[in-house]
Design a protein around this ligand. Structure first.
Ligand SMILES: Cc1cc2nc3c(=O)[nH]c(=O)nc-3n(C[C@H](O)[C@H](O)[C@H](O)COP(=O)(O)OP(=O)(O)OC[C@H]3O[C@@H](n4cnc5c(N)ncnc54)[C@H](O)[C@@H]3O)c2cc1C
Length: 404
């Protein structure tokens, strides 16, 4: 009998978790497992703010996919998916195509600019290894150029971060450490550098405990970050951004670097392939399947799961993507073995937001933590993701070990 073919698209947190769990749960004779990813490496998306600021080398953030999969059970295909043809049970790749019996869509998310003019053209986004390298190198270029130009343009040294959510704040924390280093490396006076965080919502880190938010803001302000809260970015321009506080209160902030970190939507393939989606994310059923498609599971940033307690979607996180990956592996094994499928319940173990190398805020198992202790916990969370996907040897190679 023909073996069922399982195709997993994306080797991020969700996809790799699915593949590494499936390889343990299914025998090589029971199914063919194919993992497709753009690159032959996995990157830790949750560490990209460090690579972007230049506080962590980009090679520390990635590892070879072949090192964590059982190559006897999972076939890796380096390729870019462009469309899913659900009626033909096929995935079109940039080069070639793949048929599937079961499909796992784990392609992550994309930056959402909410149609704000000029942001796609002029702002950077922290999306993958290459965009992180581009941001780091762009900032360094601005510092180096400032020093060599005869007529100094101070706005080169201005960095605007759009969004005071998780990504924006973690990036600002790293910048707080990196800027003094850059000033020293490029002989630039620290007082010439301006870091501005613009947030349309009335608060920093919406949804976080207010006491922790106050701690984070005070910490970042001490490092030179200026917050413009309740202020919306109206436009990105070649010279910076246009912001507005009210209808008439319009202002230009000139900046050599603008990073947009305020929105995420599902992978473009979702809408291109005709799935019903909200901001490119598919509202999955309790078994994590796309409605109307019993053989297609969707996980991670391309999926949407409602938190019934507040009737709003859970924010897309690595934590939820990995838990979804674990369940999808079980559910596919169950389908193949004619067993009952499991339902998804998010087990929120807490959230820690880093504020640079040795500071952070968070709520872990219901308890508030700040400072070095929180920073230590953040590193443990990072190590746990490595452990769950690649075991102790991956932690030994890539883990973060700075102690309290
Ligand atoms: C700076 C930053 C900090 C964050 N910090 C945290 C945190 O502390 N805690 C937390 O829980 N979450 C955090 N997040 C969110 C978290 O990183 C995401 O929710 C998580 O990565 C989603 O996992 P995923 O498996 O859906 O996608 P990803 O991990 O992004 O993986 C998607 C994979 O699909 C591949 N891919 C994409 N398109 C294609 C294609 N067309 N063809 C083939 N392959 C493709 C990509 O190369 C990638 O390997 C952070 C995000 C950022 C940007």
């Amino acid at each position: 009998m023909k073996k069922p073919k399982i195709v997993i698209l994306g080797a991020g947190y969700g996809g790799l978790m699915t593949a590494t769990r499936l390889q343990k749960q299914i025998g090589a004779n029971d199914a063919e497992i194919i993992l497709v990813n753009k690159n032959d490496y996995h990157y830790e998306t949750t560490w990209l703010h460090e690579a972007s600021a230049g506080t962590l080398h980009h090679d520390r953030v990635r590892y070879d996919i072949s090192k964590v999969i059982d190559n006897g059970k999972v076939e890796f295909v380096k390729g870019t998916a462009v469309e899913i043809k659900t009626d033909e049970k096929k995935v079109l790749l940039e080069k070639g195509e793949l048929e599937y019996d079961y499909l796992v869509v784990a392609l992550g998310g994309e930056s959402e600019t909410f149609g704000i003019k000029g942001l796609k053209e002029y702002a950077f986004s922290i999306s993958n290894i290459n965009s992180a390298r581009q941001i780091r190198e762009h900032i360094e270029y601005q510092f180096a150029t400032y020093n060599t130009e005869e007529v100094k343009d101070d706005t080169r040294l201005s960095i605007v971060v759009g969004g005071a959510g998780f990504t924006g704040i973690e990036f600002l924390g790293e910048l707080g450490n990196r800027i003094p280093e850059l000033c020293k490396e490029y002989d630039v006076p620290f007082e010439k550098v301006k870091i501005v965080c613009v947030e349309a919502a009335p608060m920093v880190l919406p949804g976080f405990d207010p006491e922790l938010v106050e701690y984070a803001v005070a910490h970042l302000e001490k490092k030179g970050v200026q917050f413009r809260i309740g202020t919306a970015i109206k436009e990105g321009t070649p010279d910076g951004i246009i912001v507005a506080k009210g209808e008439d209160d319009v202002e230009e902030i000139k900046a050599g670097t603008v990073i947009w970190a305020a929105g995420i939507r599902g992978n473009a393939i979702i809408e291109k392939s005709g799935f019903e989606a909200m901001r490119g994310r598919i509202k999955v059923d309790e078994n994590l399947r796309a409605p109307g498609h019993d053989n297609i599971f969707v996980i991670g940033d391309s999926s949407l799961v409602i938190n019934e307690e507040i009737n709003r979607p859970y924010p897309p996180t690595a934590q939820i993507a990995m838990q979804q990956g674990e369940l999808v592996a079980k559910n596919i094994a169950a389908l193949i073995q004619n067993k009952e499928l499991g339902s998804f319940t998010f087990d929120n173990k807490g959230t820690v937001c880093s504020l640079g190398e040795d500071d952070a805020i968070g709520v872990v198992f219901g308890k508030k933590v700040v400072g070095k202790k929180a920073s230590f916990m953040k590193k443990m969370v990072d190590n746990r993701a490595l452990l769950m996907i690649g075991g102790a040897s991956l932690v030994a190679k890539k883990g973060k070990f700075n102690v309290l």
